[in-house]
Design a protein around this ligand. Structure first.
Ligand code: AVJ
Ligand code: FE
Length: 440
């Protein structure tokens, strides 16, 4: 983006906004109006809330703040302010109906494009204006991923369709990769659309460690469940065990045991759990318990980022594991192109310089780190985007899932959630300290 002319940056921005809107349309047109206003889970908003919220944020940031235009619907600001109403309470609000919500987002978008046509975007400079458009494209895509998670929670026949992801295409590779000790540059100060919590770039020392080449698979996770892992407190943290017990959790969300096989529901389909795919819909607590059972641990956020970005030949940190170029269908399973994670080994071109696979796409990966600001963090555009979530209550997830659009993922991108959440497309990979012999 930094190398683009103003005209090209405008086109790139318009394309990102249009791609997001096309996806919002797919997710909301796939079901009828009654379904759009239904709350499919207490954890989620009705789809119609997400749709109008997307429009409301775009009105606030692009039409009013950047464009300095008159408000379209100041009367509904409060309804779509995520901090004013918990998800569980949103269905009871006097929300815009499906037709009104669709008309509203269309009107806002027309005004936003008008603002874009006049916006000063000199040479792709890292200006607040250029950032605001990128942030809005990411915001819509983030809510699209949330709406996709709502689809996974709804009952009924399949309404979303997509081709299968590619099969395993790599040959024999080691199960773990050793990441050398030393300092690397974490975060970014130059990525134009990076959010406040990814900034600034700063050196971090990481001790040598080993990380799994692939995310943990369903087959591996089933072995933990079948070995009684959910029944043995010794693998769980105290908090994790209390959560497991209170909710009587015995398998990943959406799994069911039938005689001697695991089955799952996936966007309205009922199918055998495929062994070679990364496990998805596990909480941080389950990920941590599996890692303990496997005599490993979760990686810290810094370890994950070093495994993903550090190039030992140059000492540089790359934008993505494969280099500085934008993600393509050959690099990673992103963007809801497929409605499932791909088998491990499906993306040889996505490998990091150190040899770690599928860090981007497929499943979000839980890390052991609490969400916190980097040294020198400054909230932007407002404290409520990231800063109010800093602290031990939220764990960081990295890498994006099959439901994350390319615009909303980077080697530096940080997601966060409560350690009990598992309706998101979250899995994990393990790491471990080196043995004295391995250290040499
Ligand atoms: C970064 C995914 C945790 O969905 O709550 C959406 C992104 N922020 N609207 C979320 C977000 C405001 C956020 N996550
Ligand atoms: Fe939002």
């Amino acid at each position: 983006l930094r190398a683009l002319s103003a005209q090209d940056l405008r086109a790139h921005t318009a394309h990102a906004l249009e791609r997001a809107r096309k996806r919002s349309g797919t997710l909301t047109d796939a079901v009828d109006d009654a379904d759009l206003v239904t709350q499919h889970s207490k954890l989620m908003s009705p789809l119609v809330w997400d749709l109008a919220h997307i429009g409301s944020q775009e009105e606030l940031w692009l039409v009013r703040d950047v464009g300095g235009r008159q408000p379209l619907r100041p009367d509904i600001d409060d309804l779509y302010d995520a901090f004013q109403h918990a998800r569980a309470d949103r269905p009871a609000l006097p929300l815009l109906g499906p037709g009104e919500a669709r008309a509203y987002v269309r009107e806002v978008r027309a005004k936003a494009f008008d603002v874009l046509s006049q916006a000063p975007l000199e040479g792709g400079a890292l200006t607040d204006t250029a950032f605001a458009f990128g942030m809005i494209a990411q915001h819509e895509q983030q809510h699209d991923e949330t709406m996709l998670a709502t689809h996974q929670l709804r009952k009924g026949d399949p309404v979303l369709h997509a081709p299968s992801p590619p099969p395993r295409r790599v040959g024999a590779v080691p199960a773990e990769i050793v990441v050398p000790g030393g300092s690397f540059l974490m975060g970014t100060s130059v990525e134009p659309w990076a959010l406040d919590n990814e900034r600034p770039a700063h050196p971090v020392f990481v001790d040598a460690f080993a990380i799994d080449t692939f995310p943990v698979t369903n087959g591996q996770f089933a072995a933990f469940a079948d070995a009684g892992g959910y029944q043995q407190p010794r693998w769980w943290s105290e908090q994790g065990w209390a959560y497991r017990t209170e909710h009587d959790i015995t398998a990943p969300r959406f799994w069911r045991r039938e005689q001697d096989a695991w089955w799952r529901t996936r966007f309205g389909r009922y199918e055998r759990v495929p062994e070679a795919e990364p496990v998805v819909h596990v909480s941080f607590h389950e990920a941590r318990a599996y890692a303990a059972w496997a005599r490993k641990r979760l990686p810290t956020e810094a370890e994950w980022e070093k495994a993903a970005r550090y190039d030992p030949h140059t000492g540089r940190s790359l934008r993505y594991p494969w280099g500085d170029g934008e993600p393509t269908a050959e690099h990673a399973n992103l963007g809801q192109r497929h409605l499932r994670p791909a088998e491990v080994g499906a993306y040889p071109r996505g490998v990091s310089p150190l040899g770690v696979h599928q860090l981007i796409g497929d499943v979000w990966e839980w890390t052991s780190s609490d969400f916190a600001g980097y040294p020198g963090f400054t909230a932007f555009p407002y404290r409520e985007y990231s800063e109010v979530f800093f602290g031990p209550g939220h764990k960081v997830l990295r890498g994006g899932s099959f439901g994350t659009d390319a615009v909303a993922i980077r080697g530096t991108f940080r997601n966060w959630d409560y350690p009990v959440r598992r309706q998101i497309f979250a899995g994990f990979r393990c790491a471990r300290d080196l043995t004295p012999a391995e250290r040499g």
